[in-house]
Design a protein. Structure first.
Length: 413
């Protein structure tokens, strides 16, 4: 007899377009696929499910997203994966299915239409996740790949990874309520995730605030993360925001239509800091501010900002209830052991480059800021520097500055 190479969900009485709750039949099919170590195929059609759980290595797949999972009257649909007890397990693959949350509630402990914990070797590929009341894919302590998916209308975060190491590549993410992609850790540490080649648009900040939400890509407490090749448009706050992540690299991204600072490196309090960042070869258009590397007063330091193009930075009003402020309309604001070189900055409503190596934290040794070989055109001011303590070192040279404002509060340098 020939050996079976896969299982079919239809063989477990799981009926497409039945309108009934298919959760028990789908769960039985998953359990058998795990036990027999065979892939599980789901035929095209619409299926109503609640939460089904993966507890061992398995492959679940359909064809071209034509198996569509919808919720039951009790809850939205959720595919969850986690070990029953003990340590993590590996090799879970979910391919080419559609999950439509229809804005229905999920159980309180589920944070995504696909909710995964403690899996080594997860793959989510070519799926469609839409209309989630929470997130699209939520991953906790996971290593793996999330690639070539379409995620639309997640009320919270489209793809979130916490305390893991993941590659998030080639996804299309639209209309997220609070973040597009979030890489975070419970405490500061190396993460080594890669966020690459995604197209992210229309990221809102439904939770409001002053920048914790509303970012297309947020890196929080996660070190050695690479953010590269992403195309980002329309963010309530930043296109890319790295909060307390050391040695983050932000390279070769394109951003447009960001209400606040397009690329933001920060260490906003005394408990979380960063040491090192590289911001290179990005193209930034239409923002409230271009690139900020700030918060040396809490220990943030050491940045390279090179080869970027920033066009069209204007003062924009950010309003959150009674709290409101205007953005800076600047090109690059850089603090504490920073090198700003070989950038092109045009059409800034305020200064093209601001250098501030002031040692507010009174850390040992001098802070250094250097701006060299930059080209600035049609900005209100060229390069401004402040040195509020005697130890700071500032070097400005080799820059070309053209057509600044006649306002006496500005100048070339």
């Amino acid at each position: 007899m020939p050996t079976a190479t896969s299982l079919n969900a239809a063989d477990y009485a799981m009926a497409a377009n039945s309108g009934r709750d298919e959760t028990p039949r789908f769960q039985a099919a998953i359990n058998d696929a795990q036990s027999k170590q065979l892939p599980l195929f789901v035929p095209a059609g619409s299926y109503h499910i609640g939460t089904v759980t993966i507890t061992a290595p398995v492959v679940i797949y359909s064809s071209a997203g034509r198996a569509i999972f919808r919720g039951t009257p009790a809850q939205g649909p959720c595919i969850a994966a986690a070990p029953r007890s003990g340590g993590a397990f590996g090799q879970v693959r979910i391919s080419e299915i559609t999950i439509d949350g229809a804005d229905s509630p999920l159980p309180a402990n589920k944070l995504g239409l696909i909710d995964v914990s403690q899996i080594h070797g997860l793959t989510i590929e070519r799926c469609i996740l839409k209309n989630s009341r929470v997130g699209g894919a939520y991953l906790s302590q996971v290593t793996g790949v999330v690639t070539n998916n379409l995620i639309d209308g997640a009320a919270e975060t489209a793809i979130a990874s916490r305390d893991g190491t993941v590659t998030i590549d080639g996804n299309t993410i639209t209309n997220s309520g609070n973040q597009g992609v979030q890489i975070s850790r419970s405490r500061i540490g190396d993460d080594r995730s890669i966020v690459s080649n995604n197209r992210i648009s229309n990221t809102s900040a439904n939770r409001r605030g002053s920048g914790a939400y509303g970012n297309a890509i947020l890196v929080y407490r996660a070190g050695k993360v690479l953010v590269t090749g992403n195309k980002i448009a329309g963010s309530a706050f930043s296109a890319i925001r790295a909060n307390s992540g050391s040695d983050v690299q932000i390279i070769g991204n394109e951003t447009a239509g960001n209400q606040e600072c397009a690329i933001y490196i920060e260490a906003p309090d005394a408990t979380d800091t960063y040491n090192g960042c590289t911001i290179a070869s990005n193209v930034v258009r239409d923002c409230g501010a271009g690139i900020n590397v700030v918060n040396q007063d809490y220990g943030g330091r050491r940045g390279v900002i090179t080869g970027n193009q920033i066009v069209g930075s204007t003062n924009k009003r950010i309003v959150d209830g009674a709290y409101s402020y205007e953005t800076w309309g600047t090109g690059i604001l850089a603090c504490a052991d920073v090198m700003v070189s070989d950038n092109i900055i045009e059409n800034c409503e305020s200064w093209g480059i601001i250098l501030d190596p002031t040692n507010y934290a009174r850390a040992p040794g001098a802070f250094i800021a250097q701006a060299s070989n930059n080209m600035l055109k049609n900005c209100a001011g060229g390069i401004v520097f402040c040195r509020n303590d005697a130890t700071a070192v500032i070097a400005v040279g080799g820059n070309t500055i053209y057509n600044i404002s006649g306002d006496p509060k500005y100048g070339a340098i």
